[in-house]
Ligand binder design. Structure first.
Ligand code: ADP
Ligand code: MG
Length: 679
């Protein structure tokens, strides 16, 4: 035995990616499995960029969520939004400084500084405290020292602001090996601008063959074979773009808490590596999700005033609580149609208010429009029209607001990239850049970059089986469409769970994402036609779209299937599928048998209810014995059931109930005749 191969458990001198944000900061790391966020000691993904300084020493007293939570109690020593001051002169930030609760003073060379107690601290030093905390998170997560980082800055940052960011890194004991523009990082996280793939598969499209209805291929249920049709001409629903062009023009729409940036980039693969050219930027440094919180606070304050019959002036602690309330309401309305605000006013009673999505949408209309006009002006400065934009990437927590997504989609006339968490995408991209600089994972840094889809993609169907829509080794771009139906009577919502893998059951595959199609009008089971479309574009981003065709209701989700996958992992999954092929087939068969058996029993019971009295007691007993036997098989553990025996038991039950079925039919005919000829 030799010890020649040492396991790759420790990473020597890793380079991490850091998003040093105005409101929140994150650290990420990228290896052959792709980029991932490194969590803090409590599993938290983001670190609020907030530091409370000790007025006596000028040192950090609390960093992150603790500092943010206690900000109201320490308004003049809690430093937030320090990014607005980085590398800037006091005169440049006069407006910002007035809005900040802490003191901003002039330092050497007219720079903006923070004063807490008797201590004057540079914005770099405050940012360094945030970076030190992130460094600690990264070292804990990676189990090794971290001395190098790629740090992102807004595309419009000037040299002084970039230098200040480097200095902050140095103060935190981090060598900033590269400063990357935030929009460029977001694009990198999606694998945009990776350069040309060997021979473009411009026209390549994969469509699945029409699935033979087996009686079980359906979403949450048994498929009505009559309702099952596949799109015979998948390309008719829209062409797929050419594969990975060498240069791409990308619009990055970044709507955060307090700032909005739109950047138009050109990413190009050259001999010198990848080059990003910022064609235009526009935005507003005082436009963001905070505005929406304020709108809701104003609404609530006004209405409480009306209820009390007097204008209200809340103390700071109540205002802070209201802020939290408002933000939670806003976030709730990104997923739900309505949210309830309830505030106990004590003596005068309770203020209770339901805010609907429509109401919020009306309220924020002009706010959304301001972002759109910045987009138009950026396009204009770049000398481009919307049709020149290849991709739109959404960044920032506020892009979770549905009205924002819809507005951006309408303006650019294309579905924006939303697969990656908009709050994490910049940090993820920074780590992709870091991995390239470190040479980690070679060409695969940032996840598997392939011109084929490495593992099959599909959705969960009734009973936990997987219906594969796109099979492994299909070339990208690829598209597939299939129609499914419902199992339950009057089902008004359908869950679409998207899986990746080669096995037959969801428990052995990887869940990529899930969404719900709601608002389907109640129909008999099997009647709704839910068309599910999978589209993997040239960058490997998967968009899953579901439409119920009778009602036109639709919903979709987007994911990057290859993130978190290494070549080794793919190989292992393939081997696994091969090893379990026999077993899997048996289990898939059992799922189908159980579904059909349940439906058969349901039917037989209905018939027994109607005509049971007309049967010989012995015959009724015989039928009940068959039902009991089949029910036993339905309830038994997989290991105890033989699919062939199950099948035989069902066939026996079928034969045994022929007479019952005939009796039931005869009675139906009698009833019909009776109804037609009232005597
Ligand atoms: P920044 O770039 O300013 O640090 P982030 O990208 O972290 O900001 O975004 C923070 C903003 O996103 C906050 O205003 C927060 O309320 C908002 N936000 C987060 N999640 C949601 C959501 N689900 N719906 C609406 N707004 C959200
Ligand atoms: Mg941000």
């Amino acid at each position: 035995m030799t010890n020649a191969s040492t396991p790759e458990t420790t990473i020597a001198d890793p380079i991490v990616g850091i998003d040093l944000g105005t409101t929140n900061s994150l650290v990420a790391y990228c290896d052959a499995a792709g980029p991932r966020i490194l969590a803090g000691p409590e599993g938290e993904h983001t670190l609020p960029s907030v530091v409370r300084l000790d007025p006596a020493t000028g040192r950090a007293e609390a960093i992150g969520s603790v500092a943010r939570a206690t900000a109201v109690e320490y308004p003049t020593s809690t430093v937030h939004s320090v990014k607005r001051l980085m590398g800037r002169g006091l005169a440049d930030v006069a407006d910002d400084a007035r809005a900040l609760p802490y003191e901003v003073v002039e330092g050497e060379q007219a720079t903006a500084r923070v004063r807490v107690g008797g201590h004057v601290v540079s914005p770099q030093a405050v940012s360094a405290m945030v970076l030190t905390e992130l460094k600690r998170w990264a070292e804990h997560a990676l189990g090794t020292g971290v001395k190098r980082a790629v740090v992102t800055v807004p595309a419009y940052f000037d040299d002084a602001q970039r230098q200040a960011t480097r200095d902050a890194g140095r103060l935190a004991g981090l060598e900033v090996v590269r400063i990357v523009n935030e929009p460029t990082a977001a694009a990198l996280a999606y694998g945009l601008g990776e350069g040309e793939m060997p021979n473009g598969h411009g026209a390549a499209e994969t469509s699945v063959a029409r699935r033979t209805p087996t009686g079980t291929v359906s979403l949450s249920t048994k498929l009505n074979p009559a309702a099952c049709t596949s799109d015979p001409n998948p390309s008719s629903t829209g062409a797929v773009g050419p594969s990975r062009p060498s240069a791409q023009t990308i619009a990055v729409y970044d709507l955060g808490g307090g700032t909005f940036d739109i950047s138009i980039l050109r990413l190009q693969q050259t001999d010198q590596g990848q080059v990003d050219q910022v064609l235009a930027t526009a935005g507003d440094t005082h436009l963001g999700g905070d505005d929406v919180d304020r709108m809701l606070i104003d609404l609530v304050t006004r209405e409480i005033g009306e209820q009390l019959g007097t204008a209200v002036d809340f103390p700071p602690s109540t205002r802070q609580a209201l802020r939290t309330f408002a933000e939670q309401t806003k976030i709730r309305l990104s997923t739900d149609g309505e949210a309830t605000i309830e505030i106990d006013l004590g003596e005068p009673g309770v203020y209770r208010r339901v805010v609907t999505r429509e109401e919020l949408d009306r309220m924020i209309g002009p706010w959304v429009e301001r972002t759109l006009s910045a987009c138009r002006s950026a396009l204009w400065s770049a000398g481009l029209g919307v049709n020149d934009i290849d991709r739109v990437v959404l960044v920032g927590g506020s892009t979770r607001v549905p009205a924002v997504r819809q507005a951006v989609e309408r303006l650019f006339g294309r579905v924006p990239y939303t697969a990656l968490d908009p709050e994490q995408v910049v940090a993820l991209g920074a780590s992709v850049q870091a991995a390239r600089l470190a040479g980690v994972g070679g060409a695969a840094a940032g996840g598997l970059l392939l011109d084929v889809i490495p593992l099959s993609l599909g959705i969960e169907t009734m009973g936990g089986a997987v219906a594969k829509l796109i099979t492994a080794n299909s070339t990208i771009p690829a598209r597939a469409t299939e129609v499914f139906s419902t199992y339950a009577e009057g089902q008004t919502r359908v869950a679409i769970n998207v899986y990746q893998g080669e096995r037959e059951l969801v428990q052995d595959c990887r869940l990529l994402g899930r969404f719900e199609l709601t608002g389907i009008p109640p129909m008999p089971a099997g009647l709704p036609k839910v068309e599910v479309t999978f589209l993997v574009d040239a960058n490997g981003v998967l968009t899953v779209h579901a439409t119920e065709q009778r009602s036109g209701r639709s919903a979709r989700t987007q994911v990057v299937p290859n993130h978190g996958l290494t070549r080794d992992e793919v190989d292992r999954i393939e081997r696994d599928a091969f090893d379990h092929a026999q077993d899997d087939m048996q289990r898939h068969r059992l799922i189908d048998l159980r579904l059909n058996a349940k439906l058969d029993i349901r039917n037989i019971r209905k018939q027994l209810d109607r005509v049971g009295d007309e049967l010989e007691p012995d015959y009724r007993d015989e039928i009940n014995q068959h039902i009991a036997k089949v029910q036993g098989l339905i309830d038994a553990d997989d290991a105890q059931v033989d699919a062939d025996a199950f099948h035989r038991a069902m066939t026996d039950m079928d034969h045994a109930t022929i007479q019952l079925a005939e009796t039931a039919i005869a009675q139906t005919l009698r009833d019909d005749t009776g109804a037609g000829n009232p005597s």
